[in-house]
Design a protein around this ligand. Structure first.
Ligand SMILES: [Zn+2]
Ligand SMILES: [Zn+2]
Length: 103
């Protein structure tokens, strides 16, 4: 007489554990460079946002992204208090380019 009985429900003895991928929050807009560098930085006149590859020229002829350094030329350490828009060419106070999200 066979007493082998199949489990009616066949529940697994070990439930699969939820694997939390460490990179699940990885943002995936890397394959095209369409996204602006930082939406909080924009021209106060025309709303143009500088891109990571945007470059400004210092009086010392150095080219760099002025928003990477807060308006300071990394070559001669000159502090630029105004920044010219590369789109509308209007000079604005460097601090005026930064918007502050609602707090
Ligand atoms: Zn300079
Ligand atoms: Zn502008």
């Amino acid at each position: 007489m066979s007493t082998a009985r199949k489990s009616k429900y066949g529940l697994p003895t070990t439930l699969p554990t939820t694997v939390v991928e460490p990179d699940q929050n990885q943002e995936v807009f890397d394959d095209n460079a369409q996204s602006p560098a930082d939406p909080r930085i924009r021209c106060p006149h025309c709303d143009w946002s500088p891109k990571p590859e945007s470059r400004w020229q210092c009086v010392c002829k150095h080219h760099w992204n002025t928003f990477d350094t807060g308006g300071i030329c990394p070559s001669c350490m000159f502090q630029w208090t105004t920044t010219q828009c590369l789109s509308c060419l209007v000079f604005s106070a460097h601090s005026a380019w930064y918007t502050h999200p609602a707090e």
